[in-house]
Design a protein around this ligand. Structure first.
Ligand code: ZN
Length: 141
């Protein structure tokens, strides 16, 4: 997926966030990635382009996520990943050794969630769902 600068700027405007150079850089970086990026990778990549410190990256990730422009994924090991919020359900494989993440598309997940919903006595409606499947990636086998 590719997003033009204009689209990204419009998204920021829509949620009332100023497009500061650092914020825009971070947002654009994540929008270009097909896979969710870990905070350490985002910091690394931002530093390659501009003089950004860690705190700035964290602050901007926080505001972008808070505004609903990014999806945040907290892994069980405490590392956070961010991906572009497209409004679609994120399902992913996570490598238990190197913690790499791969997004998985598939309507069958949505179907499975609907079935789960029907069986639940407590919950009557899904707002957000995410399925994380842990395993070992090809590189770590
Ligand atoms: Zn791996």
């Amino acid at each position: 997926m590719k997003y033009s600068d204009d689209e990204l700027l419009n998204n920021l405007k829509d949620v009332g966030l100023r497009a500061t150079p650092h914020r825009f850089l971070i947002y654009k970086l994540i929008s270009k990635s097909k896979q969710p990026l870990s905070v350490s990778v985002i910091i690394e990549k931002s530093k390659n382009k501009e003089d950004v410190d860690k705190a700035t990256v964290y602050r901007n990730l926080f505001s972008l996520h808070n505004a609903g422009l990014l999806k945040k994924i907290d892994l069980s090991n405490g590392e956070a990943y961010y991906s572009f919020e497209t409004g679609e359900v994120a399902n992913q494989f996570v490598c238990s050794k190197c913690r790499s993440v791969e997004k998985v598309d598939g309507d069958f997940f949505d179907e499975a969630i609907k079935k789960m919903m029907k069986k639940s006595k407590k919950f009557k409606g899904v707002e957000l769902s995410m399925i994380e499947v842990c395993g070992v990636c090809a590189g770590c086998r």
